[in-house]
Design a protein around this ligand. Structure first.
Ligand code: GAP
Length: 444
């Protein structure tokens, strides 16, 4: 299967089965903004829940936070985003299109007569590169003036830094400890694309871990390992995951060291999560810009310091895309192509499909009963239309790990068949054991 074909097939499957739709589609869509449909919202929620569980619930040293998207504009001066969160862009004076200055499609040097516009082909019409800030601006209050400008946050991290003392003072944490947050971020990306890989509105799952200066390198290494383990635990193909260490020319202005966790997408190796040693840059800058002391007092050692921060930053949408790309497969079964999303059971939007074999002999009634009983515990789907093979295929495409069929034997001896999505093997299980059976197989 050609790699681009895989992405095309996935985009089409996502629309057909209700995972992901283009935003405002009936108006022609909005560039690189996507909506999650019934199956997509469950899948992404499962990714986020799994992250939250690993980062907050399963640990004693991390607290959760949900900070507002809008923040005081000075936050973005302190963070360096007003001055530095920019891309160099060039305009074509002829066709009015705008490109990143390093767009590989541009021939020649922008601003020079030899430069050729990649869209209209005109020569000498590309401007010199100019810096363009990627933050979305809006106005707070009724007056649209410079003094009222606020930004849609381009990362969730800053909401954690400005709340670091609030969380410290209201919880029982001591350094080293972390604050985790999941939330929307916005970037006016110039070259978005590859479906939900790079979008203008997306969700981040970020954790900032506050440590004593001097212990940062050791914590950075720990977090790097833990985050890779988490990615592997999603069931992603291990050979398609790797670390990429940032070279000096790639490091963000705040970072002393940074590793990306990359996945091998059909369009190449790309970052899905970053682990950064941000030093005391952020708290130091917020201390400077706000005039408020953001030091930590270590009572036992009787010393004060501004903690260093080790950040782990993943995109919820990007991880969701990774999970889908990795799960997609096509198989030949009895002369037909079977499309399967082989999700890890914990991530699957629907855990079980419930089918009466035929629409008679009490089977639909019993199947409905089973369906309602299961639905109290996890998302299940009832389907009585079409041949049983078709119903299995529909669930395979949705990534449902188990299909339960109520047949003649069920009526006779209260046993059902559980069909496993990946092996297509069927187990016969007593109805009274069904919930426990599924519980065991879904436990992760
Ligand atoms: N606080 C650090 C930070 O924001 P980043 O490398 O710019 O670092 C972290 O972003 C993660 O957020 C990325 O690894 C990616 O998963 C996700 N991300 C960033 N920009 C994105 C975009 N335009 N669309 C979707 N996800 C994005």
């Amino acid at each position: 299967m050609a790699d681009t074909t895989l992405m095309d097939k996935l985009v089409s499957l996502c629309k057909r089965r209700g995972f992901i739709f283009q935003s405002s589609e009936i108006y022609g869509g909005l560039g690189s903004v996507w909506d999650y449909g019934p199956l997509g919202v469950e899948l992404k929620k499962n990714v986020k829940d799994r992250w939250w569980h690993a980062m907050v619930h399963a640990r004693d040293d991390i607290e959760g936070l949900d900070a507002a998207i809008l923040m005081h504009p000075k936050v973005w001066e302190a963070s360096g985003h007003v001055a530095g969160f920019t891309d160099p862009l060039v305009d074509c004076r002829h066709c009015k299109n705008r490109f990143r200055a390093d767009d590989p499609r541009i021939k020649g040097t922008p601003g020079q007569p030899d430069a050729q516009c990649p869209v209209c082909g005109s020569k000498g019409t590309l401007t010199e590169p100019r810096l363009f800030n990627l933050m979305f601006k809006t106005f707070m209050g009724p007056v649209e003036e410079q003094a009222a400008v606020v930004y849609l946050r381009p990362e969730t991290a800053q909401g954690i830094y400005v709340n670091y003392l609030n969380v410290l003072n209201s919880s029982r944490q001591k350094v080293p400890f972390g604050i985790a947050q999941i939330g929307k971020a916005f970037r006016n990306e110039i070259t978005p694309g590859n479906f939900i890989f790079r979008t203008r509105e997306f969700e981040q799952m970020e954790m900032q871990f506050f440590v004593k200066p001097g212990t940062d390198v050791e914590w950075f290494e720990r977090w790097r390992g833990w985050r890779m383990e988490w990615c592997q635990g999603l069931g992603l193909t291990s050979a398609k995951l790797r670390f990429h260490q940032h070279g000096p020319d790639e490091l963000a202005h705040y970072a002393k060291d940074a590793f990306d966790i990359q996945y091998e997408f059909p369009f190449g190796w790309q970052e899905i999560e970053g682990v950064h040693n941000r030093t005391d840059f952020d708290l130091g800058r917020h201390q400077q810009y706000s005039g408020k002391k953001l030091e930590y007092f270590d009572q036992a050692a009787n010393e004060r310091y501004v903690p260093y921060i080790v950040e782990t930053s993943a995109g919820a949408d990007r991880v969701t895309l990774t999970v889908m790309v990795d799960a997609y497969r096509e198989e030949q079964v009895e002369g037909e192509v079977r499309v399967v999303l082989g999700f890890h059971p914990a991530l699957a939007p629907i855990k079980a499909g419930v089918f009466p074999l035929v629409k008679k002999d009490g089977m639909p009634e019993l199947a409905t009963e089973v369906y309602h009983a299961l639905k109290r515990r996890f998302p299940a789907f009832y389907d009585d239309s079409g041949a049983i093979g078709r119903r299995y295929r529909r669930m395979d495409e949705a990534g449902t790990p188990f299909c339960i069929t109520i047949d003649g034997e069920t009526i006779a001896n209260r046993s059902i068949t559980v069909r496993h999505r990946d092996s297509m093997k069927q187990d016969r299980v007593g109805l009274d054991r069904l919930e426990a059976y599924l519980g065991d197989h879904l436990a992760v």
